[in-house]
Ligand binder design. Structure first.
Ligand SMILES: Cc1cc2nc3c(=O)[nH]c(=O)nc-3n(C[C@H](O)[C@H](O)[C@H](O)COP(=O)(O)OP(=O)(O)OC[C@H]3O[C@@H](n4cnc5c(N)ncnc54)[C@H](O)[C@@H]3O)c2cc1C
Length: 510
């Protein structure tokens, strides 16, 4: 099988995962990456000589990586040092209230009772029962499965799954569903925010996205050395099985001959022959013809609404006044206005929810002196349109500082202690996206079926990454890479594996 050549375009998590599995099978795999290092969105900014994780910071669903490494005969805990967090996230409101969610559900229940009363604690328990059951059902029927259409999805759900989905109300939005499950507006806001993990508005995302809350409640880990260590670990394992990497090399064209993929053309003008190509960039790049006209046919021609972008500040700064945890959220009272600003007015939110990752903290330990922080707010994916004005960026920054100050936190922001990333910068790094970080928005109940799957309409061309099924986020992008590898294996007659799935499993079906 060594003569079969596979080219993977993009060393994001979905590309690395596919390369690892196919390299392990003995295929001749080359990864082409336009950046200087692997990881894609998993990346660090250097500030004052300190590496600050400036992409994903919340590591969940570790079972995806446990299973991936199992599948290539390795163990995750021997390759990467992960520590489970006791506190999942600390939430602050401008009125001075605060709530921790914990890895221990009983501790979360007790915290919610103290925060909002016994009835809301009971509501939380019921909410968790539903999201746990939902995650169990979606695990096999959606997350591990190749992309399905509605009828095949319904069939794979089975009677119990269908009954559960009917009870949740698939046509309800996440926000309307939370209205009936919690009475405290702060809890509605907290659980609605999970829609933003796949770049969507709670007012347009389907109620089924509540399962993301369960993903987090199932556990959050910190990675020793930062999230970039995950990308480095996968790169090292790829190299151990013979995968070759070409960094700082842009793939300009995917060639198709006699109706199937024949190879790729690089920015160096080299042509690399390939029997199979996996594209790990955003599917929008194919749609826009950035990889040539033949590859344009790989995805549906109609563009889908873009997911959220972000403005981030990678900071090395002193904090004062508030006991931060590792993952911190700061909320304004008018949550709806954030999504109206972003999705309707296409402007930076006037009341942005602020996420602050205090990366040197693990369950409360505060470092002495300046610490490494990532501050993130949601933004419209308009990075290929007008640049954000300095004034709107300064206003947004001031609003973030004001909110944190109202919650009790002072943060020292100087011209030299931070690096800002905007939708323009993200668009430049991830072509065709406008800075959208999660592919298309999951808006409307049918949207989960409209992401492209691993197998494209062009024979020999496969897709992986956060813009394709099963969706964005580090573990889901890894799952998409596994699905792409499974589809390539199947096309070469090397597998029986549909869906991807293994032995250990993330959730047991209730
Ligand atoms: C600020 C931020 C915060 C986030 N927070 C979280 C979080 O806390 N938890 C979480 O799970 N997820 C989070 N995410 C989302 C998560 O990072 C992504 O969903 C995931 O990493 C995407 O992986 P991917 O496989 O799609 O590849 P990407 O990361 O999109 O990488 C694609 C790669 O392809 C390369 N490429 C594209 N086109 C070409 C070409 N023509 N030639 C050569 N190379 C090309 C790019 O340079 C890039 O390296 C966050 C993302 C960002 C940006």
């Amino acid at each position: 099988m060594a003569e079969k050549k596979v080219v993977v375009i993009g060393a994001g998590i979905g590309g690395l995962t596919a390369a690892l599995e196919l390299g392990h099978l003995g295929l001749d795999v080359t990864v082409i990456e336009r950046g200087a290092v692997a990881g894609g969105k998993v990346a660090a900014e250097w500030v004052n000589g300190q590496p600050i994780d400036s992409g994903p910071t919340v590591f969940t669903m570790r079972w995806v990586f446990d299973e991936l490494l199992d599948s290539v005969g390795l163990r995750l805990d021997r390759e990467l040092k992960l520590k489970p967090l006791n506190t999942l996230a600390r939430h602050f409101w401008a009125d001075g209230s605060a709530l921790d969610l914990h890895a221990d559900p009983l501790a979360s229940e007790a915290a919610i009772e103290a925060f909002a009363g016994a009835q809301e604690a009971e509501n939380f328990r019921k909410f968790c029962d539903t999201t746990r059951a939902l995650y169990g059902v979606m695990d096999a029927a959606f997350i591990r499965a190749q992309r399905q259409n509605l009828p095949s999805f319904m069939a794979s759900l089975g009677p119990r799954g269908l009954a559960l989905l009917t009870r949740i109300g698939p046509m309800k939005t996440l926000w309307s569903s939370l209205q009936t499950q919690f009475t405290d507006p702060r809890l509605r806001q907290l659980f609605a925010r999970y829609a933003t993990y796949c770049g969507s508005s709670p007012w347009q995302a389907p109620a089924t996205l509540s399962l993301i809350a369960q993903v987090e409640m199932d556990g959050v880990w910190s990675v020793e050395g930062g999230m970039v260590e995950l990308a480095q670990c996968l790169t090292r394992l790829c190299q151990q099985v013979g995968v070759r990497f070409r960094f700082q090399t842009h793939c300009e064209h995917i060639s198709v001959k006699n109706g199937k993929v024949a190879g790729v053309q690089l920015s160096t003008q080299e042509q690399l022959p390939a029997d199979r190509v996996i594209f790990n960039g955003d599917a929008a790049a194919l749609r826009q013809g950035l990889l040539g006209a033949p590859a344009q046919k790989a995805v549906a021609a109609t563009p889908a609404p873009r997911s959220l972008s972000a403005v981030t500040w990678a900071l090395h700064a002193k904090t004062q006044g508030l006991a931060l945890d590792r993952h911190n959220l700061f909320f304004w009272p008018d949550y709806a206005s954030e999504f109206q600003d972003i999705f309707e007015r296409q402007q930076l939110p006037k009341q942005p929810t602020v996420y602050l990752c205090a990366q040197d903290r693990q369950d409360q330990q505060a470092p002495a002196g300046p610490e490494r922080l990532l501050c993130l707010v949601n933004a419209p994916a308009t990075g290929d349109q007008q640049a954000l004005s300095d004034q709107s960026l300064a206003q947004c920054e001031a609003q973030c500082l004001t909110l944190m100050q109202q919650c009790g936190l002072s943060l020292e922001l100087t011209p030299h202690n931070h690096v800002v990333s905007t939708p323009q910068k993200f668009h430049h790094r991830f072509p065709a996206t406008g800075g959208a970080l999660y592919g298309q928005a999951t808006h409307g109940w049918m949207s989960i079926f409209s992401r492209p799957g691993a197998q494209s309409a062009v024979p020999g061309l496969y897709l992986s990454g956060g813009s394709v099924h099963p969706g964005p986020g580090v573990p889901m992008a890894a799952m998409s890479g596994r699905l792409a590898a499974a589809a390539v294996r199947a096309s070469l007659g090397l597998t029986k594996t549909f869906p991807v799935g293994a032995t250990s499993g993330g959730m047991s079906t209730p």
